[in-house]
Design a protein around this ligand. Structure first.
Ligand SMILES: Nc1ncnc2c1ncn2[C@@H]1O[C@H](COP(=O)(O)OP(=O)(O)OP(=O)(O)O)[C@@H](O)[C@H]1O
Ligand SMILES: [Mg+2]
Length: 296
């Protein structure tokens, strides 16, 4: 069972979270500030930390800093209120994996946690192999299956020596873009459709929507194509889907804090934070990302 640490100063919210998470097969511990959070981090050794930012004694950002000194593998999700739109960006720069708006929307919380639990279950650990690639190029085809995204990413980065401190970020960044290619591209699901499915059923609405789309044989036969190139210390992935693309030129400015807590998605922003370049090509059904790595 995966372990989840909740750090939240409001007692009602702590018990709401603990109750809500009973439905997700996790072992959860809740504490009330950063100092307790750090102690619990060390004794409980959680896979995921869900922390408020504004708390007495030690804030969520200070806790995040302490966690990142100790572990670059732990998934850290911060919760932040609408009146501090600059905090999520700061948290992401400090190594947070994701953020959730406060007041918390239960469906958003469930979806986020389910995404990371699926990641923990399916990401196959990198095993050290002899030698390293200096040059590599590959084209890989994947099926339209959201549940397999973590395994697709594991396959994409296997055998490449990515420094430990950026491995989780690269993994999660790729996962967001492949998820978009499957969900919006091949399945043709819009942001509004996603929201209304979750409104009907915060826990399983999205899976139901995916299932119903996959009943169409036309959707099922669509593929995701990833073109990977590595030359010395530059990694590049081009992810293409068979959808119609989107108006990527009108994406909200990711550097403007006001847009961060708005009602649009977080995937592209989360991914953008992990790579040196992220650009859409043509109609938007291909995204190209580049990452320069230090040689290890
Ligand atoms: N491959 C794609 N094909 C079509 N539309 C896309 C594609 N990738 C992204 N989009 C559009 O860009 C929007 C923003 O994507 P982003 O990943 O940031 O948020 P989201 O997927 O809507 O929500 P979240 O990722 O937070 O669950 C999507 O809602 C969708 O309209
Ligand atoms: Mg997305």
């Amino acid at each position: 069972m995966h372990k989840l640490l909740i750090v939240e100063d409001e007692p009602q919210l702590r018990s709401l979270f603990i109750n809500a998470f009973k439905r997700l097969n996790v072992s959860a511990v809740a504490v009330e500030n950063g100092i307790e959070g750090l102690a619990a981090f060390e004794s409980f050794n959680p896979d995921i930390v869900l922390t408020d930012i504004r708390m007495p004694k030690m804030s969520g950002l200070e806790l995040l800093r302490e966690i990142r000194i100790r572990s670059t593998r732990t998934i850290v999700v911060v919760m932040t209120a609408l009146d501090s739109p600059e905090l999520p960006l700061e948290a992401l720069r400090m190594g947070a994996s994701d953020f959730i708006r406060k007041p918390v929307i239960l469906s958003e919380l469930f979806q986020t946690l389910k995404k990371y639990l699926n990641f923990l279950e399916n990401n196959t650990q990198q095993t050290k192999t002899l030698g390293k690639y200096i040059y590599r190029e590959a084209i890989i085809e994947f099926p339209t299956r959201i549940d397999l995204v973590p395994r697709m990413v594991s396959k994409l980065i296997r055998g490449i020596s990515i420094p430990e401190n950026i491995l989780l970020g690269v993994h999660l960044g790729l996962a967001e873009l492949i998820t978009n290619a499957i969900e919006h591209g091949n399945m043709g699901i819009s942001y509004d459709e996603k929201c209304s499915a979750l409104k009907n059923d915060p826990m399983n609405g999205l899976e139901e929507l995916y299932k119903s789309r996959l009943q169409l044989s036309e959707t099922k036969r669509k593929k995701i194509l990833v073109h990977f190139k590595m030359r010395k210390n530059v990694l590049q992935w081009k992810i293409s889907d068979e959808g119609i693309g989107f108006d990527w030129e009108s994406l909200p400015d990711p550097t403007s804090p006001e847009n961060l807590l708005g009602l649009s998605g977080r995937g592209i922003l989360l991914s953008r934070m992990q790579f040196d370049r992220l650009e859409y090509i043509g109609s938007g059904n291909t995204v190209k990302i580049t990452k320069r790595i230090s040689v290890v």
